[in-house]
Design a binder for this molecule. Structure first.
Ligand SMILES: Cc1cc2nc3c(=O)[nH]c(=O)nc-3n(C[C@H](O)[C@H](O)[C@H](O)COP(=O)(O)O)c2cc1C
Length: 198
């Protein structure tokens, strides 16, 4: 059963432009995109992408704002906090180590945490696009716990085999890989083709 709905959580790790590009590409694919943003996520959107107000028209990066629904991260009574809300998967991008630790411990004090925990318990796809370097033992153990619980860890770690020339190319490469994981079709340049290699 297709619902054409994806949930996007944005947290306080570096990489806000990835979130904006993903929201744009999801709306271009006709996906109803439900967004919730942690307090530090809002700060990173401002620091890295000059987003002052987290309204759909500011988050969509040129895409279709009518397909974007923003949920207050403090509202644990929002629709996406419930397993009865049907969707095709959730991605947290960028995902901080703090949020990853909360998810691994099953602590749900924000809507990002709660929507992700519900996604896991309902057996839906949860993609964790973590960003931090280097990784310590705690982060690695939390990743292992989340994988055991059914999540996919997709570090924000773009490849260079297609020879990106611009930051846009790098954003679209990484976003395309996330869309693959979410099962959303796209025509972004992500596929390795040995016949075109130098
Ligand atoms: C400018 C800035 C950049 C940050 N970058 C990262 C990062 O890349 N990865 C990370 O795990 N935490 C990063 N942090 C720390 C998190 O924002 C912090 O742990 C916060 O508690 C995360 O809260 P959240 O998970 O609710 O968004 C950064 C903080 C700031 C202010």
């Amino acid at each position: 059963m297709r619902h054409n709905r994806i949930v996007v959580g944005i947290t306080g790790a570096s990489g806000a432009p990835y979130a904006l590009r993903l929201i744009r590409r999801l709306t271009e694919a006709g996906i109803e995109t439900h967004v919730t943003i942690s307090t530090l996520g809002k700060r990173l959107l401002f620091d890295e992408s000059d987003i002052k107000r987290c309204e759909p028209e500011n988050l969509v990066d040129g895409g279709d704002a009518s397909l974007v629904i923003v949920h207050n991260d403090n509202d644990l009574g929002s629709t996406i906090a419930s397993g009865s809300f049907l969707h095709d998967g959730m991605v947290i991008v960028p995902c901080s180590s703090n949020t990853m630790a909360s998810l691994a411990a099953g602590i749900t004090t924000s809507l990002v945490h709660r929507a992700a925990a519900v996604t896991l318990k309902e057996g839906r796809k949860l993609v964790v696009a973590h960003r931090e370097t280097p990784l310590g033992r705690i982060e690695l153990m939390n990743m292992e716990r989340l994988v055991e619980a059914g999540a996919v860890i997709a570090p924000l770690s773009p490849g260079f085999y297609l020879r990106p020339r611009t930051v846009d190319d790098i954003l679209d490469f990484m976003v395309g890989r996330l869309m693959d994981l979410l099962g959303v079709e796209h025509d972004l340049a992500t596929r390795w083709d040995p016949s075109t290699a130098h």
